[in-house]
Design a protein around this ligand. Structure first.
Ligand code: HPA
Length: 273
């Protein structure tokens, strides 16, 4: 049996011993947005450390648990704290939680993240709807023996971020008076922030925002047939675009400053999609 699938099944069994909750929508919370999960109608939480074989998150400020509950009437599973490639896990472990949420029954995935603005028109505090991504700078989560039970060996990636969901999100943002950019997210490995030359490279290649997550999760979810959308919170201008050196504190501070609005948007999006 495929080792990656075996590990997924072990984790699934471990979660199923603790809850029979049936989520429809999965949500992954980015840096500084983790407390969104504290404000929903929580039914149950499961710490990642309680799940056999689960990669546990090590970044300060990232709680590591699944939150099961309801946003309005929608049954959701939320990742409060994600797993990053820069923590040293293989990509298949990085996307294990995403796949697990799909196997628990979620057929829609909403991704959020904090990202650096590469597009010169962006400002810190902007929100960007992800219309596509560039993930070629990090290993593919689909490398290795294919998980035939989940999806195809050579999956199409021409619309990873659902046009249907994007239309709904744009409409929701407009109704709320929130300005929403739409752009291409580029995933790099981190953990160092980019150099100014790397940021110029991202821009030349067509990136509008840069970060250390998300694209791999979107690929794994799309591979297994989940409908995916993503919103970046532009927490800072990427390196070289401002006179300040980059600092994780700035990322947190911006996320805190616009967090309330971001959370309102997420709530509306969960109900609408
Ligand atoms: N670069 C990469 N990842 C990030 C950034 C950035 O500037 N800001 C928040 N996450």
């Amino acid at each position: 049996m495929n080792k990656i699938y075996e590990k997924l099944e072990t984790c699934l069994e471990s979660v199923r011993q603790k809850t029979d909750f049936q989520p429809e929508t999965a949500l992954i919370l980015g840096s500084g947005l983790g407390d969104y999960a504290d404000g929903i109608r929580i039914v149950q939480t499961i710490d990642y450390s309680q799940i056999e074989g689960f990669p546990t998150s090590t970044v300060a400020g990232h709680k590591g648990r699944f939150v099961f509950g309801y946003v309005n009437e929608v049954p959701v599973v939320i990742m409060q704290g994600r797993v990053h490639y820069y923590e040293g896990y293989p990509m298949t472990d990085v996307v294990l939680p995403t796949r697990l949420m799909g196997m628990l029954g979620a057929n829609k995935l909403i991704l959020t993240n904090a990202a650096g603005g590469v597009n010169c028109d962006y400002k810190a505090g902007d929100f960007m709807l992800i219309k596509d991504h560039i993930s070629s700078m990090v290993p593919s989560p689909l490398i290795g023996e294919n998980l035939d039970k989940l999806g195809a060996r050579f999956p199409d990636m021409s619309e990873v971020y659902s046009g249907r969901m994007r239309d709904i999100i744009k409409k929701a943002a407009e109704e709320m008076g929130i300005t929403l950019r739409e752009g291409v997210y580029m995933q790099l490995t981190g953990p160092a922030y980019e150099t100014p030359a790397e940021v110029r490279m991202c821009r030349t290649l067509g990136g509008d925002a840069v970060g250390m997550s998300t694209a791999c999760e979107a690929m794994a979810a799309h591979h297994m047939g989940m409908e995916v959308c993503g919103i970046s919170c532009i927490t800072n201008l990427a390196a070289g675009l401002s006179s300040q050196p980059l600092d994780h504190k700035e990322v947190q501070e911006t996320a805190d400053r616009v967090g309330k609005q971001f959370k309102e948007l997420i709530t509306k999006v969960i109900s609408a999609v």
